[in-house]
Write a new protein. Structure first.
Length: 344
């Protein structure tokens, strides 16, 4: 049975086909949404775009869905699956449909595909709302079904374009924006980025670090001296589709204490990884202080994880802990049940 997983675009690579034309900022937000905003210079001599592409994935039953909030009167946003064969869908708020001269196309869904021979097919229709109303919410989807060799694209649940007899061995998902024939500011927010796959052991879920909403988002507090053991634990949790956060998500230049506080505040559970090294760590102590404040307020659950023999801090001794010392498994069904119990 197909399952839906949320994903983060942190694993996507940025691209800008024309940096002299597109002067935009691509912002990853703490809630795993994405914002692309900035300015586009006037041009009409090439189909250029800016955005992100995901890692290459093995072909399987797959859907890529993104909710989009438009904050501009110009531009077009697109999602797609690109590989041996490709499928894309766009919502054109306002952009020229041609090169060489301006022929505005407004408020239109446009979807197209290529087969392995480069043959293009395209469909589209008018969108049923005003293109000038800001902050409207729409959902685009791109799909591949290997059992029927079908690729198709949807807008707000309606099939806009489909094509059969498609061969696909590898592909990658794409989010991009473009604007042709006009100079304007652009602002798009991509929310609820998710995939639909046919297998829990999906290669796509692993490569995209997807997570299931049945589990609480987890923040891992640990000492870098325990990195190898914690990396194994994180890997096993992700295989079970648990959303895992840690200080590895922080970019250079971040104010560490502020980012830790924000990450903890946006999580449903904190795993306090305990070892002789971590119980002496000032940063781990600080993270636990922040977490316990939220825990007392009823917003967060703190679960001790015993990595190795050590003196458990007094303020954690009354809590049931998850023991991963050999020969215990890193992730047990009882442990997963405790994460489900704290789902938001």
């Amino acid at each position: 049975m197909a399952r839906i997983y949320q994903i983060s675009t942190h694993e996507f690579a940025r691209f800008n086909c024309a940096p002299n034309l597109y002067r935009v900022v691509i912002e990853h937000r703490p809630d795993d949404s994405l914002r692309i905003a900035g300015h586009v210079n006037d041009y009409n001599h090439g189909w250029y775009a800016v955005g992100l592409r995901g890692p290459e994935l093995a072909a399987e039953s797959f859907g890529f869905l993104v909710d989009v909030v438009t904050g501009t009167d110009f531009g077009a946003y697109t999602i797609g699956l690109r590989g041996d064969s490709s499928v894309y869908i766009s919502h054109l708020i306002r952009s020229s449909a041609t090169l060489g001269y301006v022929q505005p196309l407004e408020n239109t869904f446009s979807a197209w595909s290529y087969d392995t021979k480069g043959s293009r097919k395209q469909d589209g229709f008018r969108a049923p709302w005003s293109p000038t109303a800001h902050h409207q919410y729409h959902t685009l989807g791109a799909f591949f079904d290997p059992s029927t060799r079908r690729m198709y694209a949807t807008a707000d649940g309606a099939v806009i374009h489909e094509r059969y007899d498609i061969n696909l061995s590898k592909f990658y998902p794409v989010i991009r924006i473009s604007l042709n024939g006009f100079e304007a500011d652009i602002d798009f927010s991509f929310n609820n980025i998710r995939v639909l796959v046919g297998s829990q052991a999906s290669d796509a879920v692993q490569r995209l670090q997807g997570w299931a909403t049945e589990f609480a988002p987890v923040f891992v507090s640990y000492s870098h001296g325990d990195h190898a053991k914690v990396a194994e634990l994180v890997s096993e949790l992700r295989k079970k589709a648990v959303r895992v956060r840690g200080d590895w998500n922080f970019a250079s230049g971040d104010t560490l204490s502020k980012r830790i506080a924000g990450a903890i505040d946006s999580s449903g559970c904190l795993l306090a990884c305990l070892s002789p090294t971590s119980v002496q760590s000032a940063w781990v102590q600080r993270e636990l202080e922040l977490a316990l404040t939220s825990d007392i307020a009823g917003k967060l659950n703190v679960i001790p994880v015993l990595l190795a023999d050590c003196e458990i801090p007094p303020f954690l001794r009354s809590r049931l802990y998850h023991d991963v010392r050999p020969p215990n498994p890193l992730v047990s069904e009882q442990f997963l049940a405790s994460l489900r119990a704290n789902t938001w």
